[in-house]
Design a protein around this ligand. Structure first.
Ligand code: ZN
Length: 246
């Protein structure tokens, strides 16, 4: 298999979707230079404080939030997310998920998690894309942080418009009735929700709300990238980033 991969590499060298440089055979998903240069996300405790700018504590269904990178416009991280969602790079999602899983499992906020649920996409979007990028991320997370993946508990009941240009309040309204939980078999479980990008947390929070309604004991969340841009009160340089980043 190794020989075959080396041979394919010579015939059709792969490029890193983050920086467009040649990907070496030992580099999986995205290159080592990108891994070393991307800005790490703030610690979960700071991400949680940031969520409280968008939600009152009474309306927050997520008990913790972890992330791997800071989302920055026109940066390799934006290129990676774009490749994952629109260019068929499923394996990239698995690699990003592995990094995310290895990062969050070091934080006490994620102790006791026993299953992971990827944020679902609408079936029409899945048909068009061929996969749900959050499922690729969940596969990677479960590789680094072993737990059961539950793909069949949450579904997208309504197609929603893109959240990109919406305010925090509009985002919450946009996703209000977009998700539903399939049954009530989550009793007593601590669930990790995962997605590619988290901006205000509206999508993760409504999913967490549905899972709590379906009986989950606690819901925590993780995203590959955290976008702080929409929050004027949380300038990036005020948030300490992870020191131990690999
Ligand atoms: Zn790269």
């Amino acid at each position: 298999m190794r020989l075959r991969d080396d041979f394919l590499h010579i015939l059709a060298p792969a490029l890193c979707p983050g920086c467009d440089q040649l990907l070496m055979p030992a580099e999986h998903g995205y290159c080592l230079a990108c891994r070393a240069s991307l800005s790490p996300a703030p610690f979960p405790r700071d991400l949680f404080t940031e969520l409280l700018h968008h939600f009152s504590e009474d309306h927050l269904a997520i008990s913790a939030l972890g992330a791997l990178y800071l989302f920055e416009q026109e940066s390799p991280v934006q290129n990676l997310i774009h490749a994952l969602k629109y260019q068929g790079c499923y394996d990239l999602g698995v690699e990003l998920g592995k990094e995310l899983g290895a990062t969050i499992k070091m934080f006490p906020e994620f102790d006791g998690v026993d299953a992971i649920i990827p944020v679902p996409i609408h079936r029409a979007r899945r048909r068009e894309r061929g996969y749900n990028q959050a499922e690729a991320i969940a596969t990677g997370i479960a590789d680094a942080f072993p737990m059961e993946i539950l793909n069949d508990r949450l579904y997208r009941s309504r197609h929603t418009i893109s959240q990109t240009t919406l305010s925090a309040t509009e985002r919450q309204r946009n996703v209000q009735n977009a998700f539903a939980a399939h049954d009530k078999s989550l009793a007593g479980r601590t669930i990790l929700l995962c997605d590619d990008v988290c901006t205000t947390g509206a999508t993760l929070n409504i999913c967490a709300d549905r899972l709590l309604f379906a009986g989950a004991k606690r819901v925590v969340a993780a995203a590959v990238a955290k976008d702080l841009v929409s929050n004027p009160n949380a300038a990036q340089h005020h948030l300490p980033t992870q020191q131990f980043f690999p």
